[in-house]
Write a protein that binds this ligand. Structure first.
Ligand code: IDP
Ligand code: MG
Length: 145
């Protein structure tokens, strides 16, 4: 089934000019880019995006980090997009991420692990809507997102 998912390029990866490499890895693995923007998150927006982790030991550090510099939000489209994207992104800890994954290539540590990727279809829909309006998604007319 044709699906959409959400990639977020984290501050250190954007700052170190890894956006092109990440887009290239996505395209080489058959993901189509249907929405793309770079913005700086406020702490409030970062908290809203990561609300499921509220209360965890690393939450405040993650919020400070994610609002520290520019990020990029990328909406991608592919068959089995959500699962295939998680596979291409790799394990949360870059040292445990498989060879050829995005986190292995651009991740530095568990927090600065290069990218975020939606973990299920339902969250992908919410996260895409967090960043993009209809007119910003090139394929919005084909999908009920
Ligand atoms: P995921 O990004 O692989 O889905 P999650 O468990 O959803 O991993 O955690 C969200 C983000 O929170 C991770 O990408 C990582 O940056 C950060 N994080 C998760 N666990 C830890 C930790 O133990 N220490 C510091 N940061 C963490
Ligand atoms: Mg997650």
């Amino acid at each position: 089934m044709l699906e959409l998912s959400l990639v977020m390029v984290k501050p250190h990866a954007f700052n170190k000019k890894k956006l092109g490499k990440i887009v290239s890895m996505l395209e080489q693995n058959e993901f189509s880019i249907v929405g793309l923007k770079s913005i700086k998150l406020s702490k409030e927006l970062a908290r809203r995006f990561y609300f499921v982790h509220e209360g965890k030991e690393f939450f405040e550090r993650l919020i400070t980090y994610m609002s520290s510099d520019t990020i990029a939000a990328i909406c991608v489209q592919k068959e089995n997009c959500v699962k295939d994207l998680r596979k291409l992104v790799g394990a949360t800890d870059p040292t445990k991420a498989a060879e050829g994954t995005i986190r292995r290539e651009v991740g530095e540590n568990v927090e600065a692990n290069g990218v975020h990727a939606s973990d299920c279809i339902e969250n992908a829909k919410k996260e895409i809507r967090f960043f993009f309006s209809d007119i910003e998604l090139f394929s919005f007319q084909y999908l009920d997102y």
